[in-house]
Design a binder for this molecule. Structure first.
Ligand code: NAD
Length: 439
């Protein structure tokens, strides 16, 4: 379903009219293309507080884009190292660093504040570092012009673990992500031979891949070099076969709730899996008072229970290789709740619980990371079926005033899936344009 309003505000007349009426002004987002894979301008490096940007961080940033040489231009990205802020008074340094330059950020630009995990033992440091979260979330809401703001927490001394994440956040691939807090571990990244094809040599399986977000995930993983197996229900086999053929992938018609699903997946991947994406999902909306038990049960079964079952079985059987990546699909409904979706929101909140609990154990026992995407309003068949008024509200009620595209979720999944993303573990990253709903 095309976003006609976004089209209207892309024209001079439409922009004039909607501005006069005080209506939202979405900026058309620039996403990754082969011809234009990076941001269109230099990166401004700033520091707040005592520390200066570490040499390790500077070396990574130098690989991502040229450094802005003065403060008078329009940087495409502003990176603020705020790891040295340990007191409430020190927060003034954040204001001092960003206040003079924030207005000059280019349209579609990126602000990335680098923080460090709040300390469980030093409540002054914890207050100061947690303060950065409120700061970044507010900046994301006010910055405008299709620009985004994120907080990246890096444990002390672990800057090298941040390369894949900084590359992602400071690129057009993260166009629809804003107001997020990502906390890295100090795990050493697996080496990347070629940043243009970071998934080459890796085998990925994507559930629900016949159409929508899953088809886009399969496509982006294949673009990044992975060998892909597309799984979907046997009833969708025709569409599944077409999607798989288009991507040079293998089709696996299989209902993920089947009792032998894990065995069938293992048989389809004799060399094991490096990337497992749980994307299949369904909605069966009704208010709780009107919801029959079957509608409740089917949503929990597809969206949560089958994810738990297959993950456990594939990890136990060693089908997910060491260095593997598991990516599950939550939803902002699982964070904020949604009228008529008690079953769906329960299943998606369950995914968040699964990810947070399993991630450290999967890393320690299997060398595997576990993360989730939490999409907001994404333009798919699922959201095209939403009634017009609610659909329009869903599209506009976020900092970027527009819906996301399946590719936005796919790019996030591909970043989680990279060998260099070993330090990204147990994270729930919302792909929602910073929806007004939820935290
Ligand atoms: P979609 O309905 O277009 O695609 C879902 C796919 O999953 C379909 O191809 C379907 O056949 C498949 N599937 C359903 N049950 C299955 C089963 N038992 N076994 C195997 N495959 C099965 O949906 P979408 O919009 O692409 O959503 C993909 C995921 O993203 C879902 O988990 C959904 O809950 C989540 N999500 C979507 C949005 C959105 O705005 N579209 C928002 C938040 C979360």
């Amino acid at each position: 379903m095309a976003d006609h309003y976004l089209h209207l505000t892309s024209t001079a007349t439409g922009r004039f009219l909607t501005r006069r009426l005080g209506l939202p002004q979405p900026q058309r987002l620039r996403r990754w293309t082969l011809e234009s894979p990076t941001l269109d301008g230099p990166l401004l490096h700033l520091t707040a507080g005592e520390s200066a940007i570490s040499d390790k961080l500077r070396a990574i940033l130098a690989k991502i884009g040229p450094e802005a040489t003065d403060r008078t231009g329009h940087p495409a990205g502003i990176i603020l190292d705020a790891t040295g802020i340990t007191t409430a008074a020190g927060l003034g340094q954040v204001h001092a660093a960003l206040h003079p330059v924030v207005r000059s950020l280019a349209a579609g630009g990126r602000v990335v504040v680098i923080g460090t995990p709040p300390s469980p033992d030093d409540h002054h440091q914890a207050a100061a570092q947690q303060a950065l979260e409120g700061f970044v979330r507010s900046l994301g809401k006010e910055i405008g012009k299709g620009a985004t703001a994120q907080l990246l927490r890096i444990p002390p001394g672990a800057a090298t673990s941040a390369e894949s994440t900084l590359r992602f956040l400071l690129s057009p691939r993260s166009a629809y992500i804003s107001g997020q807090v990502i906390e890295l571990t100090d795990a050493t990244p697996d080496p990347v031979a070629d940043w243009a094809a970071p998934l080459s040599g890796r085998t990925a399986l994507v559930t629900g891949a016949a159409r929508g977000i899953g088809a886009s995930v399969a496509s982006v993983l294949a673009r990044d070099g992975a060998t892909v197996i597309c799984l979907d229900i046997p009833q969708a086999e025709e569409e599944l076969t077409r999607t798989a053929a288009r991507l040079g992938a293998t089709a696996l018609p299989l209902d993920i709730t089947a009792p032998d699903a894990a065995d069938r997946i293992a048989a389809a991947a004799p060399e094991g899996l490096d990337i497992l994406v749980h994307n299949a999902g369904i909605t069966r909306d009704r208010r709780l008072a009107n919801m029959p038990a079957e509608r409740w049960a089917s949503v929990i079964e597809v969206n949560l229970d089958s994810v738990l079952r297959t993950t456990d079985a594939l990890l136990k059987a060693g089908v997910v290789n060491r260095g593997g990546r598991i990516v599950a699909t939550a939803s902002i409904a699982g964070i904020a709740g949604n009228n008529g979706q008690t079953n769906y929101a329960a299943s998606k909140a369950g995914i968040i619980g699964l990810v947070r609990s399993l991630a450290p154990h999967a890393a320690a026992d299997h060398g595997v990371t576990v993360n989730a995407v939490a999409p907001g309003f994404i333009e798919t068949k699922m959201t095209a079926a939403v009634p017009l008024f609610i659909r329009e509200a869903g599209r506009r009620m976020n900092s970027l005033s527009q819906g996301g595209l399946p590719v936005d979720v796919a790019e996030t999944t591909a970043w989680f899936a990279q060998p260099a993303s070993s330090a990204v573990n147990g994270q729930i990253v919302r792909v929602c344009g910073q929806s007004l709903l939820g935290a």
